[in-house]
Design a protein around this ligand. Sequence first.
Ligand SMILES: N[C@@H](CCC(=O)N[C@@H](CS)C(=O)NCC(=O)O)C(=O)O
Length: 255
Amino acid sequence: MAEVTLYHWEPNANSGKPMLALAEKGVAFDSRYIDMLGFDQHKPEYLAVNPQGTIPAMLHGGRVLTESTAIMEYVDEAFAGPALMPADPRDRWRIRWWMKFMDQWLGPSFSMIGWCTFVGPALAQKPEEEREAMLARIPLPERRTAWRKAMFAEFSEAELAESRRRIALGVAMIEEELGKREYVASDQYSLADINIFNSTYQLPIGNPELAGPEVTPNLWHWLQTVYRRPAVQKTWAMGQGRFTDRFNAIMEEFA
Ligand SMILES: N[C@@H](CCC(=O)N[C@@H](CS)C(=O)NCC(=O)O)C(=O)O
């Protein structure tokens, strides 16, 4: 049995953060796949681990760790292996700036579009009573609201337009930043790159108008570099569905 157990969904957005950090550090872990669309995260077995019913969650040293970005920082500090935070305070500030920007401002917009275009439609075939029963099991009211909007296609045009605006602006900001250095927030690969990559890796096929060799040459170069990292390839091989298929399609076409 490994020292670490990680409860995660696909290597994407929040689940992908600790998966990638652990892979970069070379830390073996027991993988517990939580099928988010099957609502495994609201089943009693998982609520006993994380009562909030969100993924990921990590077990280490008798502790349950939640919050994907905080877990990445923990992983970087608790285990040997290549440092994912540089020593320079200014670099560390920039990394934290970008992670906060992602977690609070840009990430939720990627997530809303994903929920609207993929997660909601994936559940739309279920009978209404079944969807209502699924909603009733969600512990956090704000997650229940988000799920309801996704399941019943209730995101407003104004909300979606704001998310699209943020994504376009956020991608332009990342492009500008990558014109200044090799990685987003420092000269070495860091937690900021992991955080941003998990939400942007699919852009060249999902939104080619936003990211590609001509529109965003800096982002394009960075993505190619990150796609090729052994930890990234190993992590995406752990997915069980659409996200890994999409990553493989990207690898075939672009990397
Ligand atoms: N701030 C949390 C957010 C976790 C989160 O919302 N995860 C999503 C998956 S990316 C989730 O659990 N969704 C399922 C649900 O809300 O039922 C973190 O970064 O770990």
